[in-house]
Design a protein around this ligand. Sequence first.
Ligand code: NAI
Ligand code: MG
Length: 357
Amino acid sequence: QTFSIASIPGDGIGGEVVTAGLRVLDTVAKLSDGGIAFDVTEYPWSSSYYLENGTYIPDGGLEELQKHDAIYFGAVGSAEVPDHTSLWGLRLAITQPFDQWANIRPVTFLPGVESPLRKADEADLDWIVVRENSEGEYAGMGGRNLSGRGPGNEVALQTSLHTEKGTERIIRFAFDLARTRPVKKVSSVTKSNAQQYGMVLWDEVFARVAADYPDVETESVLVDAMSAKFVLHPEQLSVVVASNLHADILSDLGSALAGSLGIAASANLNPEKRFPSMFEPVHGSAPDIAGQGVSNPIGAISSAALMLDDFGLHGEADEVRRAIEDVTAAGILPRDLGGDANTIEMTEAIVAQLEAI
Ligand code: NAI
Ligand code: MG
């Protein structure tokens, strides 16, 4: 079975962590004895590509991506280009047209990794943040200079878009996911006390959909209270579903609570499979450590495991996750987790463990 992957390393540490993930996929293929193959095509779309060509994705680029079974993405963001230009130019330019409306971001403790939360013998951290990935606060609606009165008097508007259909599909997705997990619970996050239109619609849809899942426990929590709950009562969470902005923020908080932004994985899914899904670490291009070869590849490698899940290769995905856990448990850790292994050393340790499983 051959799976075709489009790889987009992007900017900064994107290249080194994508290389790490592809090295692990190579190992998965090698260990399958010809059963599985990955056919990888690399696309050089990045901020330097943009500075040369005036666009992140060339004409026909999306059609090109659509030929693949999945997209493996590093990160985008560079000091030479405004961040909103790069994010809309490359990442959102893929997630939006490919209708990757469900962004899942698992958060778990890794053995041997110190977390600001972990106390001796404390219960495990095991969540999935489900992020509405197509509308909400990142719908891109609004404008600048609306007052028409010039500098010093500018008025800008940034609107959130919440459709009943978009809200319902992400909430159903969260409930279906909760049913597959040890703790069958969905926590819905809004700010419906202050934002009285879209977020109230969200709460209403959540209550309506919840009635179809009597076997799943539910709660509705305001986002400010939820950020406190992440820190104070992490053991009470399983699936957390939230809007584009809220889930973006909460998932960075979640990964930091598990130890580092460098370990967080994510999948941008088009659940209907009309378009390829996109797998990427949660972190950005990390310009502060780019080029040093010290970035943590675990987030990117775990994202490759989510890609294996999407291909139906659940056994292989679990083995990759186990290899990561064995390596961190053995005290082999990158700099952001307090160790001194560089990107290549971490990757080779995970590859060696995978070969030994
Ligand atoms: P960032 O995630 O790049 O970095 C935040 C901090 O975490 C930095 O100190 C960085 O060194 C550290 N870090 C991140 N990933 C790491 C890893 N794998 N190993 C070790 N340390 C790691 O976020 P920041 O600094 O806010 O943004 C930098 C650029 O990335 C910006 O241009 C931003 O727009 C872009 N960005 C892109 C994203 C994407 O492509 N999906 C997501 C988030 C930010
Ligand atoms: Mg983010």
